[in-house]
Design a protein around this ligand. Structure first.
Ligand SMILES: NC(=O)c1ccc[n+]([C@@H]2O[C@H](COP(=O)([O-])OP(=O)(O)OC[C@H]3O[C@@H](n4cnc5c(N)ncnc54)[C@H](OP(=O)(O)O)[C@@H]3O)[C@@H](O)[C@H]2O)c1
Length: 316
């Protein structure tokens, strides 16, 4: 197996940390760019990982990151912007994708893996998130002088996720009745370990050049199914009240103004179309996708289950 020097932009987050551990296991040298190095000390314990501080929006920081690398991975993405006009999404998903491509060209990095999202659609996406993700993906795949592969996962689950764990937290805060917006929206959650494995296997596989891969787990669920499941696994007995569409929209309009934007109009619009895959897991990766039920209890559940999961992960 060839080992590479790999630059990871957005490598300090949920998917990035998992991907770094996976790539480090294969002996690749990793260079991760983060805006706040002190927040990501966990990455420093991995062998062969160098964490650089800087903004990926700064071409000079990207040049420093990419110098001497032979692979670049762009994982940057946001679910909500600070403002309300779409410009934050444009900057994170489109402008940044362009800057990464330009920096790859300047630094002679030929291989680029680009993280998009299921539902990304430049022309027909219902939300700023989906349209900007779509434009970023189009830009990356149009860079014909580079070898580009794009990935379009449905919602990603695993230890540290911000989806099931967020609902677990909200369920804890809501003692009796839990009002749920967009309860009928469908998702096909994919395991973070499987996503990291696809990125890892794609690096040296020319069959993946120029392609975009939808990544989904083995089953699709409504949001109501997933929140009920989370309540069961965490032992929280709650009545979940699916909100009608008008109330879901109203909740989005109100929550958009709360600190941290727990839900926004853009999130609401992103659920207009089901977030599920039309085809089985891409055969090129030779992976059987992990069922949600075989992992989630160990990180959502009690401390004993979590310890068991850690033992399983470490092979002990
Ligand atoms: N998680 C999911 O369910 C899911 C589903 C589909 C697609 N995706 C895509 O997968 C990618 C990784 O997701 P994740 O869940 O790992 O996200 P995450 O945990 O929020 O990590 C995002 C990373 O991007 C960087 N970042 C965030 N906002 C940025 C900004 N405005 N400018 C520059 N850098 C910024 C952060 O780096 P620093 O703060 O360290 O600088 C962080 O490392 C994203 O592109 C996301 O859209 C995720």
């Amino acid at each position: 197996m060839t080992t590479h020097t790999i630059a990871i932009i957005g490598g300090s987050g949920f998917v990035g940390s998992r991907l770094c551990s996976r790539l480090a296991r294969d002996g690749h040298r990793l260079r991760v760019l983060t805006r706040r190095r002190d927040r990501h000390r966990d990455l420093l314990v991995l062998p062969t990982v160098e964490v650089l501080e800087g903004s990926p929006h700064d071409p000079a920081a990207l040049d420093t990151l990419l110098a001497g690398c032979d692979v670049a991975i762009n994982l940057v993405g946001i679910l909500n912007e600070q403002g309300h006009d779409g410009s934050g999404f444009e900057q994170a998903h489109v402008e940044l994708a362009r800057r990464v491509i330009d920096a790859c060209r300047r630094q002679g990095v030929q291989r680029l893996l680009h993280m998009s999202a299921l539902g990304a659609d430049a022309a027909h996406g219902a939300s700023h998130y989906q349209r900007s993700k779509g434009r970023g993906e189009e830009l990356a795949l149009a860079a014909g002088d580079l070898h580009v592969t794009a990935f379009r996962p449905s919602v990603i689950f695993g230890p540290g996720d911000s989806f099931l764990r967020r609902f677990a937290g909200l369920l804890r805060l809501t003692p009796l009745l839990f009002p749920l917006a967009c309860a009928r929206a469908r998702f096909q959650p994919v395991f973070v370990g499987d996503v990291a494995e696809c990125f890892t296997r794609a690096i040296d596989d020319p069959r993946t050049y120029g392609n975009s891969y939808a990544l989904c787990g083995p089953r699709s669920y409504t949001l109501l199914d997933l929140v009920r499941y989370t309540a069961t696994v965490t032992g929280l007995r709650r009545r979940i009240l699916p909100l009608p569409d008008w109330a879901s929209r109203l909740q989005a309009e109100i929550f958009e103004w709360l600190p941290g934007k727990p839900f926004s109009r853009d999130n609401y619009l992103s659920t207009r179309h089901d977030n599920v895959c039309a085809a089985p897991f891409p055969p090129v990766f030779d992976i059987t996708p992990t069922p949600l039920e075989s992992v989630a209890p160990y990180y959502l559940g009690n401390a004993g289950e979590r310890r068991r999961y850690e033992r399983l992960r470490s092979g002990g």
